[in-house]
Design a protein around this ligand. Structure first.
Ligand SMILES: [Zn+2]
Length: 137
């Protein structure tokens, strides 16, 4: 069965990120000059413009910064079985924000500041998506 939903495009800048996701690791870029951690991957540091960076592994822990609940499937044939679902901005402990889905909880139970942790869901042989679920208390 093919995966009908839109998927990220893997390019040279994001390839290390997606390769790590396939191995169950969440990687962030850190500027080799000023130490600024950034996401999504870019060629140049937004703080100091350096093109030098290293990849560091995120703890995969963070908090819900903001979210919406999607109730109307668009396109319908792709998302009809999924709604309602949560699209959220997660603020990771490393200070970056990442757009993702929150799974493993009823959408109406999501709260601001809720602690979450990353889980990996394989979409295709190439793409494994980092999603977030509530941190077990
Ligand atoms: Zn920098």
């Amino acid at each position: 069965m093919s995966y009908g939903k839109p998927l990220p495009v893997v390019d040279p800048e994001t390839r290390p990120f997606w390769e790590a996701c396939r191995e169950g690791r969440l990687m962030l870029q850190r500027c080799a000059r000023c130490g600024h951690t950034r996401f999504p991957p870019t060629s140049f540091c937004p703080k100091c413009r350096s093109g030098e960076h290293e990849w560091v592994e995120s703890r995969g822990r963070g908090r819900v910064f903001s979210w919406i609940v999607v109730r109307h499937p668009v396109p319908r044939e792709v998302y009809a079985m999924e709604v309602p679902y949560v699209v959220a901005l997660i603020e990771l402990d490393e200070g970056v924000r990442m757009a993702s889905n929150i799974v493993g909880i009823a959408p109406e139970s999501v709260t601001a500041g809720m602690p979450v942790r990353v889980v990996f869901r394989r979409a295709t042989p190439e793409i494994t998506l980092p999603l977030f679920e509530p941190e077990p208390s």
